[in-house]
Design a binder for this molecule. Structure first.
Ligand code: F6P
Length: 541
């Protein structure tokens, strides 16, 4: 699947074309083509993408689309949506898109009625969430639940945590959520502060239910609860989300309060299923389903829209353009919405755990760079931190700006200032300011070079009416499919994550060495061994 297009005829055509585009400026491209902006805008659901401020011409877009066609993207999309085992290294289907199929859709995979399974879990989650929200569910002392503490890490944390923050204004039942992930005890300690065990529900979220951080945090949380309310309280204060019922039962959580999913949902693609339980409790099942509709809208757009107007395809191919032709290393994601402050962190796992690969799906080495490095912070904060480098630094950093029309609360004036900043930044990045323009303002000649704004720095602007559950679903699905598009071109398996396993195994091996007199053994090189000894000494061991 894909991969073979790298360095093929279309690729080399793009390379030649890159030679022609590299020297062009956005100022020139805009000046010579008044129709550019109208052509370089696409709509997908509630999302509008303006990609006119990219260093592309119509020919570039045509060549990128042709490359996608040649890579078999169309076929690859169908293979994913229909449940083929495209996660080859784990021999699994990749069906996060099934998590948001409407109840009347039909999809059978490996002999299973996937839609029925998905909706059975959604209904069970909905009933559970409603019981908690309506205060029918009572804790061991008869009090209703006031706080849900999700214990999970990676995909079992970043998705629900990001979405909870994003949709805080929809948390209407007076139930708050907190998210514990780190094995650093400071995390759990901080999140438990001020909580009353009698009104706290823990949701232990782990696809495998073997992740050391999650199980350790869950054990400590369990002791915290049992110390206050006794062993019998566990059933009323612990639920689990997992694919592994056996381990959940072993841990001591009643599987009646377990919400399942399947091996065809990757951890980083899972918060729109049961991993979103804590979010669902906070915002309610109806809003959660609205979010799923948003995901599904973009799934349909991705599956059916011609590539020239297909938002994930265009954004993914632009990622290829900058990564493999311009040599860009990173992509900044800059939401002009404080509520999306965890969105870049969420995208880091989604994109980098998916596409940070050095071999193709068939095990042969990749021939070009893969895996954009995603990073970012909300605007306008980032403007006062790292935008200097974006504007005048030596590196090319393509950036996605995300904005919303409707103000937060009734502060329309503040919101307009926020949006004006977004627009000002993308314009300054694209068109800059020349030495002549700066000199004409009376700037002393020796200062002029410092003030020159080179421009020609590419950005996407994604604009949506309002940050609603539906729009959040659309945004997340958009980036999920961007990852897919890039993965197909590179020919990699975007759905495994073998690179995180070795470190986990080594940590398990090293932990005893930190607490005993024993030499660290096979797990330590000379540097690590010396650090183990230094750590022990500092700990007085
Ligand atoms: O860090 C690797 C990883 O496997 C992620 O892919 C996953 O989201 C995370 O660990 C948590 O795994 P689990 O949900 O099984 O606890």
């Amino acid at each position: 699947m894909g991969g073979e297009v790298v360095r093929g005829v279309e690729w080399e055509g793009l390379r030649k074309h890159f030679g022609e585009v590299e020297g062009r400026t956005l100022r020139e491209l805009f000046a010579e083509d008044p129709g550019r902006v109208a052509r370089m805008g696409v709509q997908a659901g509630d999302l509008f993408l303006d990609y006119s401020k990219h260093r592309v011409t119509d020919e570039t877009v045509g060549l990128l689309v042709a490359l996608a066609e040649k890579a078999g993207l169309r076929d690859a999309v169908e293979r994913m949506f229909s449940g083929e085992h495209i996660n080859v290294s784990e021999d699994r289907a990749v069906l996060h898109t099934a998590l948001r199929l409407p109840a009347d859709a039909s999809l059978h995979v490996d002999g299973q009625d996937v839609v029925a399974d998905v909706h059975e879990v959604l209904d069970k989650m909905g009933a559970f969430a409603e019981k908690i929200r309506s205060k029918e569910w009572r804790g061991a002392t008869g009090e209703p639940i006031a706080t849900v503490v999700n214990i999970g890490i990676g995909g079992s944390d970043l998705g629900p945590a990001m979405a909870y923050e994003a949709l805080l204004d929809y948390a209407d039942a007076g139930i708050t959520a907190r998210f514990v992930s780190n094995i650093d005890p400071a995390d759990l300690d901080g999140k438990l502060r001020g909580l009353d065990p009698a009104t706290t529900l823990f949701v232990v979220s782990s696809k495998t239910f073997t992740t050391i951080e999650t199980l350790t945090n869950a054990r400590v949380a369990r002791s915290w609860l049992v110390d206050a309310l006794g062993e019998d309280a566990v059933g009323k204060h612990f639920a689990a989300v997992s694919t592994n019922a056996e381990k959940v039962a072993e841990f001591g959580i009643d599987t009646a309060n377990m919400f399942g999913f399947w091996d065809w949902v990757g951890g980083r693609y899972s918060y729109d299923g049961a991993i979103g339980l804590s979010l669902m409790v906070a915002i309610g099942p109806a809003r959660f389903r609205e979010m799923l509709d948003g995901f599904h809208t973009i799934d349909e757009h991705f599956r059916t829209t011609p590539f020239e107007k297909n938002m994930p395809v265009l954004m993914g191919m632009l990622g290829i353009w900058y990564t493999d032709f311009f040599g860009a290393q990173t992509r900044a994601v800059l939401p002009y919405a404080q509520r999306l402050h965890r969105f870049p962190a969420y995208l880091q796992q989604l994109t980098m755990e998916s596409n940070g690969k050095s071999v193709k799906a068939d095990g042969s080495p990749v021939e070009v760079d893969t895996g954009e490095i995603f990073w970012g912070e909300p605007g306008t904060n980032g403007q006062h931190a790292f935008y200097q480098l974006l504007h005048q630094g030596t590196r090319l950093v393509p950036a996605d700006f995300i904005g919303f029309a409707e103000p937060f609360a009734d502060q329309a004036g503040m919101h307009d200032i926020l949006t004006a900043n977004l627009l000002a930044q993308t314009s300054a990045l694209a068109f800059g300011k020349t030495a002549a323009e700066i000199a004409a303002e009376g700037t002393p000649p020796e200062i002029v070079p410092h003030k020159v704004m080179p421009g020609n720095r590419p950005t996407s602007t994604i604009l949506a009416p309002k940050l609603t559950p539906r729009v959040l679903g659309e945004l997340v699905a958009l980036y999920e499919h961007v990852v897919f598009v890039e993965g197909v071109i590179w020919g990699i398996d975007s759905f495994d994550q073998w690179g995180v396993e070795l470190g986990k195994k080594m940590a398990l091996g090293l932990e005893p060495a930190l607490t005993s007199e024993e030499p660290p053994g096979d797990f330590a090189d000379a540097s690590t061994e010396s650090l183990v000894r230094r750590y022990r000494a500092l700990r007085g061991r």
